[in-house]
Ligand binder design. Sequence first.
Ligand SMILES: C[S@@+](CC[C@H](N)C(=O)[O-])C[C@H]1O[C@@H](n2cnc3c(N)ncnc32)[C@H](O)[C@@H]1O
Length: 315
Amino acid sequence: MARYVDALTSATLKNLREQWWDSEFSGFLQETLRPRPGNRILDVGCGHGTAEMGLGRLRVSQLALFAIDRNLERVAQAAAEGRSHNYRLHLAGADVTHLPFTTGAFDATFCVAVLQHVHDVPGAVRELARVTRTGGRVLAVEPDNAARYWYSSSPLGAQAFAEASRFFSAVRTVRGDSTEPAVGPRVSAIFATCGIQPVSVQLFPVSVTHIGRPPATLWQARQQAVDCALRDIADPSVVTQGRDYLRTLARYEDDASAAGANFVEIQNTMLFATVGQRTDAMVDTHDARVISQRSAATSLTVSSTDRRRSFQGAR
Ligand SMILES: C[S@@+](CC[C@H](N)C(=O)[O-])C[C@H]1O[C@@H](n2cnc3c(N)ncnc32)[C@H](O)[C@@H]1O
């Protein structure tokens, strides 16, 4: 399985999706979400709409695919992509913690690599639970960015990895980033507190191996990731950490070049695909009252606020 991640370029799986979303993963999504004629399915944090293209290809009759993302450019890209395939999508700009849909509106809801970027993960999961009908599926696929496997035949590789981890972590701290890098394995427990019965957790390895001297583009990408992070950092100790790490990176590249065909680097991160089922009782996101699913409306609406921001069908 050709999945890709580089710990020296990014501390999370963000922006690397194209390299690890393969046909096996698409198959898993389809089996888990079980789209049936007439179903309504919601993707939260849809990005460019990769999941929607896979689900659209199934051509399930009357399947209503909804997707939201807080990034309106990505919503527009997903809409354009949907149009180019003649898929009927319902897209909106919205935040996962305030979904513009009525309670119990969907047969299945899911998110992929989104909760790792969210500051209030329980709040987001409560919203997923709220908009899913009783008995409906909820799926969250999230990594454990804090537990990456790393091996390098060069001792400088271990040093580079340690310094990169410290540097990216310090950057997160000075930026006030309170997201949870290790959210993946915690999702099941969060589900259980939000009215979602955890059903299964499946692991997907995201890995890369370099045998022999890695290409120059990899070293450039690693260096640019640090330069880019340093651009908006003023904290002198973090700047020093970044510069020290860049020097180690340069020595690591020299060492890898000298080793030539004998060089080996192996990395792995786990994605945790947590499947759950909406139970009857749930907690309302906005006022924290326990409410009954039986009293909830099941029709779909879009709030006027979110309609103003963006709501477009791709057809
Ligand atoms: C790593 S991308 C994953 C995109 C898509 N799920 C995929 O796997 O191809 C994370 C996406 O989550 C979106 N996102 C992050 N925080 C969000 C939030 N609070 N509400 C809605 N979308 C969010 C980002 O804009 C981005 O498009």
